[in-house]
Design a protein around this ligand. Structure first.
Ligand SMILES: Cc1cc2nc3c(=O)[nH]c(=O)nc-3n(C[C@H](O)[C@H](O)[C@H](O)COP(=O)(O)O)c2cc1C
Length: 192
């Protein structure tokens, strides 16, 4: 079982990462981490887009440029950890999505123009934490869920998010403990 862990957290003291570690500890398989703070993936600027279009046209999907996309498509399980930033998530994660959204690898278009996903994963778990309250339709997760449903054909998206952590007087440990309990309950009731 190949678990792909896409980590958009700060390297030190991240509450989101604490929750993600709990999720990963409840899963079995070989974990490969893409640490976005280290990878420093650049957005898809014009020159990159031109090269990528040329490679796709030539059918060279095995080019190293598409390594992240192939890795994503090939994962059995996907876990994303991303703090709630500016009503969504860090732009490093958006840059990652730009790089993996490659026609012919993670998805393609059917003859009527509907996207069809080519991703092996059946489930994506999205882990986050927020200073305030995100609401049910939090942009960050909503966007990731839309990508899963519309492009990747990953039907099952699950979200864990500890909220209200930066509110004056918040009991951070207690909030995190509650979210960890939710994570444990989810995995305890999982039908394998
Ligand atoms: C750049 C930045 C933007 C943020 N934007 C928001 C926001 O829009 N709404 C919110 O509730 N909290 C926001 N926060 C607070 C974080 O969501 C909160 O501190 C979160 O727990 C950080 O996760 P971490 O401990 O894993 O780094 C922001 C924090 C940073 C650093």
């Amino acid at each position: 079982m190949k678990i792909l862990f896409i980590n958009a957290c700060r390297e030190e003291g991240s509450r989101t990462k604490t929750l993600a570690d709990r999720v990963l500890s409840r899963m079995s398989g070989e974990i490969t981490e893409v640490a976005l703070n280290k990878e420093k993936i650049t957005p898809v600027f014009d020159d990159v887009l031109s090269m990528r279009d040329r490679l796709i046209e030539q059918g060279r999907l095995d080019d190293e440029m598409f390594g992240y996309a192939r890795q994503f498509a090939d994962a059995d399980e996907i876990v994303i950890a991303a703090p709630f930033w500016d009503l969504s998530f860090p732009s490093a994660l958006k840059a990652y999505f730009e790089v993996i959204n490659v026609v012919g690898i993670t998805f393609s278009y059917s003859t009527d123009g509907t996207p069809v996903g080519h991703c092996r994963a059946k489930r994506l778990i999205y882990v986050s934490s927020a200073g305030g309250y995100t609401g049910e339709d939090a942009f960050g997760f909503g966007y990731v869920r839309a990508l899963c449903e519309s492009l990747y054909s990953i039907k099952n998206t699950v979200r864990f998010c500890a909220e209200g952590l930066d509110i004056d007087g918040a009991d951070v440990d207690e909030i995190l403990k509650r979210e960890i309990k939710k994570i444990d309950n989810y995995f305890d009731s999982e039908v394998i």
